[in-house]
Structure formats: C-alpha cells, structure tokens
Design a protein around this ligand. Structure first.
Ligand code: NAD
Ligand code: UDX
Length: 459
C-alpha cells in the first residue's frame, strides 16, 4: 500500500519525538499526531518552542523545521484516522490500578479505545501499527476488534515497538541499533520498512512475526533493568566489604561478553517503562503458570525497591537516626538527566520515606516544576496534599535549596550538578555537612577535602 498520510494517536514521550523524526526524514509524508489531551496538543503547537510539553535535547529544532510543513498536532482524532493509510497507536499502557491484574498487568483500555475508534471511523483500508509497548498477543485482540466491523475494510496489524530512551530520544531515533517490525502481511511490513529506510540502513530493519516483536520489547526492557538491579545488588556487597562498585563495574564491563553499558550503580532505576514492563512480563508468565519464570524476573523489581529504601535508610541512620525537622536538599527529581519526565523516579519514593520521618525537603531540578513534584507525591496517597505541601519546598535556584541544609541527596545525574561551586555550597550548610550521592556523580576525594561527609553508592 502506498503511504502518503500517517496518523499517530498519542502525543507523548514516544509519539511526539518519533513522529517528528519520521516527518523530518520523510518530507513527502504528511504526519498528524492526535491526542485527547487538548492541553498537550496546545503545548505542541505553542509558538514558543521552549514550551513544548516534552523536553528532549534536539527535539525543539526538529519540531521547528517540520511543524506546519508536514507535521501537525491536533485533537481531531477521527479526521486524522480517516485521512491516513497508516495509523500508529502510541498511547500509554500503564500498570493497572484496579481489578484483575491490579499492580501487575498492563492497562490496555487506551489501546482498545484506539482500536474501537479506528474501527468506527475508518472508511478505507488501513495499516495499524502498535507503537505502544504491549503484552505479547495483544495484536490478536486488536485484530478481533478491527475485523469485526463488518464493513469490508481490510486492516493489517503491525508491531513496531520503540526502543528510544528518554533524554537521548532524538539521537536514538536518528541512529537506532535496530528497528523492529513484526507482522503477518509482507506487503504491510514493507510499507512501514520503507518509511524507516529513508534514514535507517536496511540491515538494521528487522522483520519478525507479530508475537516475537511484541515479546522482544518486554524482554529488552527486562534485560536492561536486570543489569541495573544486578550492579545495584553488588553495590550493597561493596559497601560491606570495602570493594568499590565503580571499580568492579569497570573490571567486569571490559569483558566483551558482559560489556560496559548500563552498569552504573544508582539509587534505583525509574522511568515509565522498566517497572511496568517487568511487572507485565511477570504477570504474563504467571498467567501461563510459569511461576519460576515469573519469580526470576520479579526479583529485578524487588531488588530495585530495596535499593531505593536502602538509600533513604542510610541517610536517616547517618544523620544520627533522625531527620525530624531537619532540612534535606534534594538535587534532581527527574528519573534521569536530560528529561522533564518524573514517572517512577526514585526521588519520589526517597522523598516519601523522608517525609514519613518528618524531614523538611527542599527540591531543585532544572526541568521539573513544583506542580509536578507535588502531583507525584500526592499520587502516592501517603498523606494529605496539605501535608505534602508543608513538608516540601521548591526552589528555582540550587543555592536556595542548600541554605542551612543538614544534607544533600543527589537523585538525578544532571551534568550541571558536577559544575557547581561545592565549596560555596558547603559554606551555606549546617555542619557536619552531608552529601548522599545517589548517582556516584561527584568526586569523593574532592568532597572530603572540602570537609563534606560524603556517601555514595557501593563505595
Ligand atoms: P505518554 O503518557 O507520554 O503519552 C501517551 C498519550 O496518549 C497521552 O498524551 C494521552 O493523552 C494519549 N492518549 C491516551 N488515550 C488516547 C486516546 N484514546 N486517543 C488519543 N490519545 C490518547 O506515554 P509515552 O511515554 O509516550 O508511552 C507511550 C507508549 O510507548 C507506552 O506503551 C510505553 O510503554 C511505550 N514506550 C515508552 C517509552 C518511553 O521512554 N517513554 C519508550 C518506549 C516505549
Ligand atoms: C528505557 C529503555 O532504555 C529504552 O530502550 C526503552 O525504550 C524505554 O525504557 P528510559 O526508561 O527512557 O528507557 O531510560 P533508561 O536510560 O533505560 O534508564 C532507566 C532508568 O535506569 C533510569 O532511572 C536510569 O537512571 C537508570 N539506570 C540506567 C541506572 O540506574 N544505571 C544504569 O547504568 C542505567
């Protein structure tokens, strides 16, 4: 099928950057990103590019070049579906918070709504592309919804999971390790492969069956998260034995069979994908009664929860077993650097634990708003909104966060933290001045020399 018009349902962290890059690399294609969230669409259309709803290095430049040319943002979902030959479903698939599978399974209601919407308004044949991360065999359900319209329209379903990481979305999209396309119709697969072949080398475009493609995405995230939990498990052992986790990571990473990436010990992984996708994998395994498989992968999450808790426990213990009434400065709230996304950020859980101990928390993050921080804490339902507002203060400048603080907790590895005048920061704080570096970002010798009591992960 010749593709001229593409619609993407979901203008989020995946739909926005992915379609912007496809538009940039395919000036002959007309791309419309639609969303039911009118505020988000308005932000994508904002004349001031610093107001885009998603912060990603390099994204604003691509949107500047393509928006209004061959990339459009709209709330008119039905028209965009109708006018397109190819429709990407890129909506959120969060962990279910209710009913069967609560806390484990992926909530597919948004995906199903998209499928029903496509079935309702489509008047011509369409290729429907699963861009969202979905449980293996979801295409079967989508097919069933689309094929039961009884209006004689042909739908081909493809699975095309996205492997971009936030903070590096644009470079990941421009130079993907691979593009994965799963499907049943060779013609449909090739229509999508052609879109990517504008900039992705043919050898990096992988074709598989639908189920391998769906399962590969969950598996990739499980393997990546497992590396973080593995090195974090070793970090605790390092702290008990005098070994240094950075040295261990370097030593094992130079083994080409292991590789050096994704071995940074941390306060725990966050983000919208790892936990949700592993829980989903565990749920699927259990649904096939594969209990050992489920237990094996669940341990990655258990280790991650332990790592977050261990960080705040250590902070409290070191501050003479109490943080009540003490000012704790938090540097960073995003789940990693170079993004304004805070979903499942370790900072949320560490802050929640410290608030339970009646700490006063002062937070600075270069890209996250006060409103977002309070929403994240309120979502946990641990205490009232007023209590959260009371316990937390937001500062627009890092020096305001550290004034008279007893300790600093580094939660995100923002580059700017490394460049700060740490002597000045030390001068502003209560003594002894503690640093708990959840990202092993700073140099221990340098911090010791200034006079800080410096604690990092696995050292
Ligand atoms: P997101 O929450 O940022 O964006 C999803 C958007 O879909 C929202 O703006 C929402 O309003 C919209 N939406 C929901 N239902 C809709 C409907 N029926 N019609 C129109 N719009 C609707 O989510 P995201 O981070 O972009 O993730 C999307 C999918 O991609 C998820 O399945 C996720 O697992 C997967 N994924 C995410 C990442 C990542 O790094 N964030 C990477 C790879 C894959
Ligand atoms: C992840 C996958 O990397 C990406 O391929 C997939 O498409 C979506 O999920 P993302 O969650 O955006 O991407 O970021 P990622 O770089 O994977 O980091 C996830 C979390 O792990 C972050 O909190 C990060 O700080 C943490 N992490 C990562 C570590 O603690 N140590 C590491 O060595 C690597």
């Amino acid at each position: 099928m010749e593709i001229k018009n593409i619609c993407c349902i979901g203008a989020g962290y995946v739909g926005g950057p992915t379609m912007a890059v496809i538009a940039k690399k395919n000036p002959h294609l007309n791309i419309t990103i639609v969303d039911i969230n009118a505020d988000r669409i308005a932000a994508w259309n904002h004349p001031d590019l610093s107001k885009l709803p998603i912060y990603e290095p390099g994204l604003a430049d691509i949107v500047k070049d393509t928006r209004g040319e061959n990339l459009f943002f709209s709330t008119d979902v039905d028209s965009a579906i109708n006018n397109s030959e190819m429709i990407f479903i890129s909506v959120n698939t969060p962990t279910k918070t209710y009913g069967k599978g609560k806390g484990m399974a992926a909530d597919l209601k948004y995906v199903e709504l998209c499928a029903r919407n496509i079935a309702k308004v489509a008047k011509t044949d369409k290729i429907v592309v699963e861009k969202s991360t979905l449980p293996v065999r979801t295409a079967e359900a989508i097919k069933s919804i689309l094929h039961n319209t009884g209006n004689g329209i042909n739908f081909h379903i493809l699975s095309n999971p996205e492997f971009l990481a936030e903070g590096t979305a644009v470079t990941d999209l421009l130079n993907p390790d691979r593009v994965l396309i799963g499907g049943e119709s060779e013609e449909a697969i090739e229509s999508l492969a052609k879109v990517y072949s504008s900039w992705v080398p043919e050898n990096n475009i992988l074709r598989t069956n639908l189920w391998s493609s769906e399962l590969s995405k969950l598996t990739a995230n499980a393997f990546l998260a497992q590396r973080v939990s593995s090195i974090n498990a070793i970090s605790e052992l390092c702290e008990s034995t005098g070994a240094n986790v950075n040295e261990v990571a370097r030593a094992i990473g130079m083994d080409s069979r292991i590789g050096s990436k994704f071995l940074n010990a941390s306060v725990g992984f966050g983000g919208s994908c790892f936990q949700k996708d592993i829980l989903n994998l565990v749920y699927i395994a259990r649904s096939y009664s594969l209990n050992e498989v489920a237990d094996y992968w669940e341990q990655v999450i258990i280790m991650n929860d332990h790592q977050k808790r261990r960080f705040s426990d250590r902070l409290i213990k070191t501050l003479y077993n109490t943080v009540s009434g003490k000012k704790i400065a938090m540097f960073g709230w995003a789940f990693k650097k170079d993004t304004n996304d805070t979903r499942e950020s370790a900072a949320i859980y560490v802050a929640d634990h410290l608030l339970n101990e009646q700490a006063n928390i002062s937070i600075y993050d270069p890209k996250v708003s006060e409103e977002r921080i309070l929403t994240d804490l309120n979502y946990l339902n641990t205490r009232t909104e007023a209590e959260n507002r009371n316990g937390v203060s937001y500062t627009a400048l890092p020096l305001d966060a550290v004034k008279d603080a007893h300790a600093i907790a580094i939660m995100t590895e923002w580059d700017e933290f490394k460049a700060y005048d740490w002597q000045d920061i030390y001068n502003q704080m209560q003594k002894p001045a503690f640093i708990f570096d959840g990202r092993n970002l700073l140099n221990k010798q340098k911090m010791d020399a200034i006079g800080f009591e410096y604690y990092s992960i696995g050292q």
